[in-house]
Design a protein around this ligand. Structure first.
Ligand SMILES: [Zn+2]
Length: 131
């Protein structure tokens, strides 16, 4: 059975075959996360055109706003603090901690949901079943 689109995105699988990994290694770890140039399974070139991942900045921006607004309100409700340093320190820490997550998932959202040129091709998945 083929991997659903959302599951493939969460598992950082290729948007075309949903088998090969887009990134090497885990989101959080001691090694720097590295994006593969091509899918190891179907050979899809992930950077469709030069500077393609600049568009991921907009997705990353949306992620950051959502995360920081949520965290700001949560901090306000939990601490009831009026000190701006409380918010600056919590939100700055959140920006640093969530940066690897935002990098990876903004690119994956771009590849899976915002790239009309890249379509899921089940042929690659079926080829895997026959092996
Ligand atoms: Zn692939």
């Amino acid at each position: 059975m083929a991997t659903p689109k959302f599951t493939a995105m969460v598992q950082s699988k290729c948007p075309k075959c949903r088998v090969g990994k887009v990134f090497e290694g885990p989101v959080y770890g001691f090694k720097k996360q590295k994006m593969q140039e091509r899918c190891p399974h179907c050979r899809l070139k992930f950077e469709v055109e030069p500077g393609y991942f600049y568009a991921a900045m907009y997705v990353s921006y949306a992620f950051s706003v959502a995360e920081l607004v949520t965290l700001g309100f949560t901090t306000a409700m939990l601490t009831k603090s009026e000190s701006p340093w409380m918010y600056v320190s919590v939100l700055f820490a959140a920006i640093l901690i969530l940066a690897p997550f935002n990098l990876r998932y903004s690119r994956l959202v771009l590849l899976h949901y915002l790239s009309p040129k890249i379509v899921y091709t089940p042929v690659y998945y079926e080829a895997l079943d026959k092996k």
